[in-house]
Ligand binder design. Structure first.
Ligand SMILES: [Zn+2]
Length: 202
């Protein structure tokens, strides 16, 4: 796997946190979290399985069902979390282009963004900011070069970034195929396509 960040290469970096932007094998994420021993937060991509918890309403059990997804990693899809001194929000998935999990229309994602906005507004600002990092699978609308329907990105992300001005917005989904994709700015927010991987100083 080309995007793999294994072995010696891994030993040369000392990140404070790992942000997974989706469509990465779960065993790869588990490998990273075990080797680096720092928090790993991630969102699912459109090629990942559904991470919805199984409905156990009618099968009461004394045992907690296992959390789906890579073990030792934190799924922040649709959630706000604090890790390594940063407040981080996540939204996984891509624009719907076929049957399957982790795909949304612009309207569906807009409602997911709205719920996240409400959660963020209830938080106290830290350092003048209610959000430090936004982790998504798809890019904000128009931020990537890709213009086709599956990759053009979500309008709601643009709104979220403009409203909360996080220092950093990272996304995956758009494959650079060997080219270097330059960082973009939306207002003061750095927008980085991390595929296949990026080391980012904040
Ligand atoms: Zn994708």
């Amino acid at each position: 796997m080309e995007e793999a960040f294994y072995g010696e290469k891994l030993a040369t970096v000392r990140p404070d946190i790992v942000l997974g932007c989706g469509d990465l094998p779960f065993d790869y994420l588990e490998y990273l979290v075990s080797m680096l021993d720092v928090p790993l937060v991630y969102v699912p991509g459109n090629h990942d399985p559904s991470l919805k918890l199984p409905d156990t309403t009618w099968t009461p059990s004394r045992h907690e069902p296992p959390v789906p997804g890579p073990q030792g990693c934190v799924n922040i899809d649709g959630r706000v979390t604090e890790a390594s001194g940063l407040r981080i929000a996540g939204l996984g998935g891509s624009l719907r282009y076929k049957e399957g999990p982790n795909q949304y229309t612009q309207g569906e994602m807009g409602r997911r963004v709205l719920r996240l906005e409400v959660a963020l507004r209830l938080k106290r600002a830290r350092g003048g900011r209610k959000l430090d990092v936004l982790v998504t699978h798809s890019p904000p609308f128009g931020a990537a070069e890709a213009q086709d329907a599956a990759h053009i990105g979500f309008v709601g992300f643009l709104r979220l970034i403009r409203a909360f001005k996080p220092a950093l917005a990272v996304h995956g989904h758009v494959h650079p195929y060997g080219r270097v994709i330059p960082e973009r700015l939306i207002g003061t927010t750095r927008v980085v396509n991390v595929v296949p991987w990026s080391l980012i100083d904040l």
